[in-house]
Design a protein around this ligand. Structure first.
Ligand code: MTE
Ligand code: MO
Length: 374
């Protein structure tokens, strides 16, 4: 099959899907719970400082609500309590540059342009968090590449270390304090990394990095440094940061554990898909059926390559419908299964394209179980 982009596939199928959604004659009788996922609180901010967390209830996703309101956007690490005043915030640009610079965030705010919708997913997103450490918002900001253009780089400047303010008065036994990531200059350019000043048409919220955060489109959110205060140009031989090493396993690095920054593979999110809601439905004729609704994110896949597998049955079936798509963020899809026997069922997604790497899907990371009552 000639490979087409997800974009084009969606353009072809979206009109029909929207019409079907409007014409939906079924009655939704209820939704089935996902089993074995614990009770991590959803839609509620818990903890303080480094240990602050908030998870999005993904079952609420609808075609019109794929952009997460800022106050519901997931949180991993709350605003550090000793954060200096943000009105006079500036970011230092130094290291292997001819002249170090101090760039006021106000200047960057004035240059900020729309950066479109971006999805952030914590690399530590998991079943234990009911997969809710993931959200999408519309950001505005300035390309990091443009910011680097302000300085003349010294020979040997190959990478850039972005770090933020991370002095927490409340620590968390499960996390290492201090987030910073080192990117190759080519990675910065290719990914279109940007320094965000705005989110959903307003300034960033305190827990989301106000006044300045990095966003690296398509990469895990451990690279999306918040409260950015320093951009350091470094050479090709610098060691990885502690934060990078903490996240090595969760960003699919070499199991031996890379020690140098250049040994890290880009922390890109592979195409991934997750069921978010299973609706029990009754058709006009009184027939019971189940509709599995889910999301797809993490980059383009060929048309028709997203497939669903129930209870491990092979081959997987291509997912029937695209409900809505937010380019750059995620796609809402749905699939009707007809009757399901009472009992537990395993639902998982697959990408039917040998050329597409989807490591977490292949590992069953996003598989979910539902219980059907008789
Ligand atoms: N300065 C700083 N930036 C940080 C972190 C941090 O602890 N400190 N955590 C990172 C991680 S692991 C994630 S998942 C995202 C979460 O961003 P959010 O809280 O805005 O959703 O921020 C990233 N940026
Ligand atoms: Mo994270």
């Amino acid at each position: 099959m000639h490979p087409v982009t997800r974009r084009r596939f969606l353009e072809a199928s979206l009109g029909a899907a929207a019409a079907a959604w409007r014409a939906d004659p079924d009655r939704v009788l209820g939704t089935l719970p996902f089993l074995g996922e614990g009770s991590f609180p959803l839609e509620r901010t818990i903890g303080e400082g480094l240990g602050r967390r908030r998870a999005l209830d993904l079952s609420t996703l609808r075609p019109g609500s794929l952009i997460t309101p800022s106050e519901r956007f997931f949180v991993r690490t709350g605003c550090p309590e000793p954060l200096p005043p943000t009105e006079s915030w500036s970011v230092r640009l130094r290291g292997l540059v001819e002249t170090p610079l101090e760039i006021p965030v106000e200047t960057l705010g004035r240059e900020a342009v729309d950066m479109g919708a971006q999805l952030l997913e914590c690399a530590g997103n998991s079943r234990a968090a009911r997969f809710g450490l993931m959200s999408a918002a519309r950001f505005s900001g300035v390309k990091l590449e443009r910011v680097l253009d302000r300085a003349r780089l010294r020979p040997g400047a190959k990478r850039v270390l972005v770090s933020g303010f991370d002095e927490h008065s409340v620590l968390d036994p499960g996390s290492v304090s201090g987030a910073s990531w080192i990117f190759g200059l080519d990675e910065v350019r290719e990914a279109g990394a940007f320094l965000a000043t705005g989110m959903n048409g307003a300034p960033l919220g305190p827990d989301h990095g106000h006044p300045l955060r990095l966003v690296v489109p398509g990469w895990y959110a451990c690279t999306a440094i918040k409260w950015v205060n320093e951009i350091l140009l470094v050479d090709d031989d610098v060691p990885a940061t502690e934060h990078m090493r903490e996240y090595a396993g969760r960003t699919h690095q070499d199991p031996a554990g890379p020690t140098l920054a250049r040994e890290f593979q880009p922390a890109r999110i592979d195409p991934a898909a997750l069921p978010v809601r299973v609706e029990k439905r009754e058709t006009r004729e009184g027939r019971i059926s189940y509709r599995i609704v889910g999301v797809l994110w993490g980059g383009p896949i060929p048309a028709g390559a997203l497939a669903i597998r129930l209870d491990g049955r092979q081959p997987s079936t291509p997912v029937q419908r695209v409900e809505a798509d937010v380019p750059g963020a995620w796609t809402l899809w749905s699939h009707d299964t007809g009757v399901l026997a009472p009992g537990r069922h395993r639902v998982e997604l697959a990408v039917l394209d040998p050329a597409t790497r989807s490591r977490r899907l292949e590992a069953g990371f996003y598989a979910r179980e539902i219980a059907v009552l008789s």
